[in-house]
Design a protein around this ligand. Structure first.
Ligand SMILES: NC(=O)C1=CN([C@@H]2O[C@H](COP(=O)(O)OP(=O)(O)OC[C@H]3O[C@@H](n4cnc5c(N)ncnc54)[C@H](O)[C@@H]3O)[C@@H](O)[C@H]2O)[C@@H](O)CC1
Ligand SMILES: Nc1ncnc2c1ncn2[C@@H]1O[C@H](COP(=O)(O)OP(=O)(O)O)[C@@H](O)[C@H]1O
Ligand SMILES: [K+]
Length: 511
């Protein structure tokens, strides 16, 4: 029996779209066929069901029964085989079907026969879920989901979600889009999702992580060489993975000096928003920038110096004093607390006129989105860090449209601005202008609080200052930032986590 392995830290680094996984399925079936195996995908279906059933036994070892839902596609086929295995194992099986099962695929038909022979008694789901046990298996809809869920399917999903039992989802929770991580109409809330052959990109961003529960991956013993035939849509990154891939910054030479680690200039902090620049300054320092300057409003100078006397903080009240300061910087971080006043515009204008590597965040992005400000950054190393609201302004659409396809939104922004883009939020995405995508699985909802983005801006600026390219810095920085937040939350919990709580952990992870 092929053993799936679980926990997001151990998921493979390659993520795939639904279409790509279908391609992998086909390649795997062809190979099984060439090796003298079955020709219709039944072998693969059996392996999927075996892997899922192994997970079920491991997670719920005491349970004596299982309730299985099967849809009319191959996801339902997996469910039939699992039900047969459960019967053979001596579990009581309640089996509900939805949709027309007279047109099952060849593989799913064989799966159904196998279930009937094992003693499974399928009944059409008519709105009432009668089951007393602890485990429901969701085999309604998989990667074939192609429209919003409604009608009987929606009723079945509502019944599963209302039941006290835990749900094990086959491949992915029904109703979740494998491509976007969005709920299409409604979705099953799973405790455990066992996903097959390739990890679908939608499991790890937007609503995916909330809906999937724990994610286990089962390769179905597919020949790894098959995977070389198509490139993954997206790379999964995490602090732990970067570390294992040995993508850390090298230890410093003993004989080094501050000039080697870059001078960062943080620009922003209009009236009432001095904290934002203060946090970017401190994060840049904790991530190893050689020297940090800050250009801000007069009233913020003293408070920032009190907190971080290491920084060189200058008042730029008229805005025009900025130009000569920029000339002495290796990296500019612009946007935190910048505001959208004429002062803000004057500062941003000068920042955009420079050619220094740039991290652009917050109001820097909001201003960039307004008419007449649009830029092409192909000649300059730039990282843009929009949250979904800022991304919507930059793309001229609403937030729901950004979130409806985060992968596409990030890619589109990177192409339009010719910059590396970090689309923030659960499962932060990093997109390069050439189409490369990475998804960070670190981070937690404790980070949904003011100032977290300002800290990220400082982190990224420090990494650019130490010589990383925008693509490297963004991948590394997003993982360090989210990894630090996970460490901080482990101490005291997620709720109540503050942006400045990350500082000691940034320091630790950077070493
Ligand atoms: N093809 C293969 O070789 C393998 C496939 N596997 C399983 O097969 C699944 C994919 O199978 P399918 O491509 O048949 O797709 P699904 O099983 O996801 O279902 C597709 C069916 O559902 C219908 N449907 C789609 N959206 C609907 C909606 N919102 N409301 C009602 N009906 C809807 C479609 O019209 C179609 O009839 C995977 O997720 C995985 O579980 C696994 O057995 C591994 C091997
Ligand atoms: N639910 C979440 N899960 C993971 N990361 C999150 C979550 N909510 C926010 N974050 C992260 O926290 C940071 C918040 O940034 P942002 O919204 O710009 O905050 P602010 O503007 O207040 O500084 C981003 O890096 C984002 O990815
Ligand atoms: K499913």
């Amino acid at each position: 029996m092929n053993r799936p392995y679980s926990a997001k830290d151990h998921l493979p680094g390659e993520l795939y779209s639904a279409a790509q996984v279908r391609e992998l399925d086909t390649l795997a079936i062809t190979q099984i066929q060439d090796d003298g195996g079955d020709t219709c995908g039944f072998e693969l279906m059996c392996r999927a069901a075996e892997a899922a059933f192994a997970c079920l036994l491991e997670r719920w070892p005491e349970e004596g029964s299982v309730c299985v839902f099967a849809g009319p596609g191959n996801n339902g086929g997996d469910a039939y085989v699992l039900a047969a295995l459960a019967c053979h194992h001596g579990l009581d099986v309640v089996f509900y079907t939805l949709g027309d099962h007279s047109g099952l695929s060849a593989a799913a038909s064989r799966a159904r026969e196998m279930a009937l022979e094992a003693g499974v008694e399928p009944q059409v789901f008519r709105g009432e879920l009668v089951y007393e046990g602890q485990v429901i298996v969701d085999g309604l809809l998989g990667t074939g989901l192609n429209k919003a869920v409604q009608g009987d399917y929606a009723s079945a999903i509502a019944a599963m979600n209302a039941h006290f039992a835990d749900v094990l989802a086959l491949d992915l929770p029904s109703g979740l889009s494998a491509d976007t991580g969005c709920i299409l109409g409604c979705a099953v809330q799973a405790s455990l999702t066992v996903t097959f052959i390739g990890v679908k990109q939608g499991l790890l961003t937007a609503d995916g992580p909330d809906i999937c529960g724990e994610v286990a991956f089962a390769s179905l013993s597919v020949d790894p060489l098959l995977f070389h035939q198509l490139s993954a849509s997206c790379e999964r990154i995490s602090w732990d993975r970067l570390e294992r891939l040995n993508q850390r910054l090298n230890p410093r030479r003993g004989n080094s000096h501050k000039g080697e680690f870059g001078h960062v200039m943080v620009v922003g902090g209009d009236h009432g928003m001095g904290g934002a620049v203060a946090m970017a300054v401190e994060a840049a320092g904790r991530c190893g920038a050689g020297l940090i300057r800050c250009a801000t409003r007069t009233e913020h100078v003293a408070p920032i110096l009190v907190r971080r006397p290491e920084a060189m903080v200058r008042a730029v009240e008229s805005g025009l004093e900025l130009q000569p300061l920029l000339a002495h910087s290796h990296v500019i971080a612009c946007g935190p607390g910048l505001g959208q006043s004429s002062w803000s515009e004057l500062l941003l204008q000068q920042v955009l006129n420079a050619s220094t590597p740039l991290v652009l965040d917050a109001d820097g992005l909001n201003l960039l989105a307004s008419p007449g400000w649009r830029r092409d950054f192909s000649e300059r190393p730039v990282i843009m860090t929009p949250h979904p609201g800022e991304a919507a302004r930059l793309l001229g659409c609403d937030i729901a449209s950004v979130q409806a396809d985060r992968f596409n939104s990030a890619r589109q922004l990177a192409a339009q601005y010719q910059a590396v883009v970090v689309l923030k939020g659960q499962g932060s995405l990093i997109a390069a202008p050439d189409g490369r995508l990475a998804l960070c699985t670190d981070g937690n909802p404790g980070m949904a609080c003011g100032g977290m983005g300002d800290v990220l801006t400082g982190v990224l600026a420090a990494l650019l200052a130490q010589g990383l390219s925008p693509w490297q810095a963004a991948r590394y920085g997003v993982c360090v930032h989210s990894g630090a937040a996970d460490l901080a939350a482990r101490e005291q919990g997620q709720r109540g986590l503050l942006a400045t709580d990350l500082m000691p952990y940034l320091w630790e992870l950077m070493n």
